[in-house]
Design a protein around this ligand. Structure first.
Ligand code: GDP
Ligand code: CA
Length: 308
C-alpha cells in the first residue's frame, strides 16, 4: 500500500510514528511543511522537517517534542554573550550541526529536497520525507502591537510572542511562485490513500495545501483527516490562535468545515466530539490522544480503516 501524509512538526511526527507501526509494510511518503523555515545566524533552519526526521529517527527530545535528545546550548549562550539577536529561538548544539550541513549543501547548489534525503540517510526515518517545495515560501503574520501594524516571521510570532498578540492575517509569502518539490505530485498521484495527521490546520496542513498543485492532487484521492482539536481545545500548543486569525472556531466541527468535503472523505474525531458531521464526509469517533506509541498506532489504524 502507498500512503502519503502531509505533516507539520510535533503533531505530525508523533502521528507518523504510529502510522509507521500500524502499517509496517506500507510505503509512506511524507510531504513536510517548510513554511516555518527561517534563516538564523546564516543557518537555514527547517523546524518541521527536522522534527519529523528526529522523531522517526529516534533522536528527538521526547518531553519537549522538538529538538535533539541530550542537547546542550553552548553555541546559543556564546552568541548571546556577544549580544547577538535573536536570542528567543532555541538552537541546540547538536541541532546546529544539522543546520550547518543543510546550509553548506544549499550554498553548494543542492535543492532542499536532495538535502533532506541526504540528512535522512543518517536518520533512517523509515518513510520518504520530501519538503512541500524547494522554493522559499515562508509564513508571515500581520500583527498590531505597540510598535505598530507590521508583518513578522511566523517564528517571531509563535516563539518570541507565544502567539499572545492577535494575528490579523497569516500569509505564506512566496506561495504563488512556489512549485511542489520533485516527487510530491508523483507520490500523490500514486497514493492509495492520503492521511492528514492532527497537525495545525492553518500553518502546517493549510500551508502545504497552498503550494500550487498540491491541493488539487490531494483532492483526487481518498483522504482521511485526524482532528487536531479535541473538545474545543488544541490538546497542546497554540493552534487556536491560528484558527482565530482566519476566523475559524476552535472545534473539530469547524476544522472539518475548513477542510471541506472536496478535500476530505473521512474525518476522525475524539469521542467527546461525537456528533460532528458534514455531508459527503464519513465521521468516526475514537480516542485521539497520542499519549504513547500504542495509543498513537491505534489512531493510525483507525484512520486507515476509515480510508478503506
Ligand atoms: P508543530 O508544527 O510542531 O506545531 O506541529 P503540528 O502542526 O504537526 O501539530 C500541532 C498540532 O498537533 C497541535 O495544534 C495539536 O492540535 C495537535 N496535537 C498535539 N497532540 C495531539 C494529540 O495527542 N492528539 C491530537 N488529536 N492532536 C494533537
Ligand atoms: Ca511547525
Amino acid at each position: 500500500m502507498r500512503i502519503v501524509s502531509l505533516a507539520g512538526g510535533i503533531g505530525g511526527a508523533r502521528f507518523l510514528r504510529g502510522l509507521r507501526s500500524a502499517a509496517p509494510d506500507a510505503e509512506i511518503t511524507v510531504i513536510g511543511n517548510t513554511g516555518d523555515d527561517i534563516t538564523l545566524f546564516g543557518l537555514r533552519v527547517c523546524p518541521d522537517l527536522d522534527t519529523v526526521m528526529y522523531t522517526l529517527g529516534g533522536g528527538i527530545n521526547e518531553e519537549q517534542g522538538w529538538g535533539r535528545t541530550g542537547e546542550s546550548h553552548v553555541v546559543k549562550d556564546e552568541l548571546a554573550a556577544y549580544g547577538m539577536e535573536p536570542q528567543w529561538f532555541g538552537l541546540g548544539d547538536k541541532d546546529i550541526a544539522t543546520h550547518i550541513v543543510r546550509t553548506q549543501m544549499l550554498n553548494a547548489g543542492y535543492p532542499l529536497s536532495a538535502i533532506t534525503e541526504a540528512l535522512c540517510a543518517r536518520w533512517q526515518p523509515g518513510v520518504r520525507l520530501i519538503p512541500m517545495t524547494d522554493d522559499r515560501a515562508e509564513t508571515h503574520v500581520v500583527i498590531n502591537d505597540e510598535q505598530g501594524r507590521r508583518a513578522v516571521h511566523f517564528q517571531e510570532w509563535w516563539v518570541r510572542l507565544r502567539a499572545s498578540v492577535p494575528a490579523e492575517q497569516i500569509v505564506l509569502v512566496g506561495a504563488d511562485d512556489a512549485k511542489p518539490a520533485p516527487g510530491v505530485i508523483e507520490a500523490l498521484d500514486e497514493a492509495d490513500v492520503v492521511i492528514l495527521p492532527p497537525s495545525n490546520p492553518v500553518v502546517s496542513i493549510g500551508t502545504i495545501l497552498q503550494i500550487p498543485g498540491i491541493r488539487e492532487a490531494v483532492e483526487k484521492k481518498t483522504v482521511v483527516g485526524v482532528s487536531p482539536i479535541i473538545g474545543g481545545a488544541p490538546v497542546r500548543g497554540m493552534a487556536d490562535a491560528c484558527l482565530t486569525a482566519i476566523g475559524v472556531e476552535t472545534s473539530a466541527q469547524a476544522v472539518l468545515e475548513l477542510y471541506g468535503s472536496r478535500l476530505l472523505d473521512g474525518w476522525l474525531v475524539a469521542e467527546e466530539d461525537e456528533g460532528v458531521a458534514l455531508e459527503g464526509v464519513r465521521v468516526v469517533a475514537r480516542p485521539l490522544l497520542m499519549t504513547d506509541p500504542q495509543a498513537t498506532a491505534d489512531i493510525a489504524r483507525a484512520a486507515l480503516e476509515l480510508a478503506r
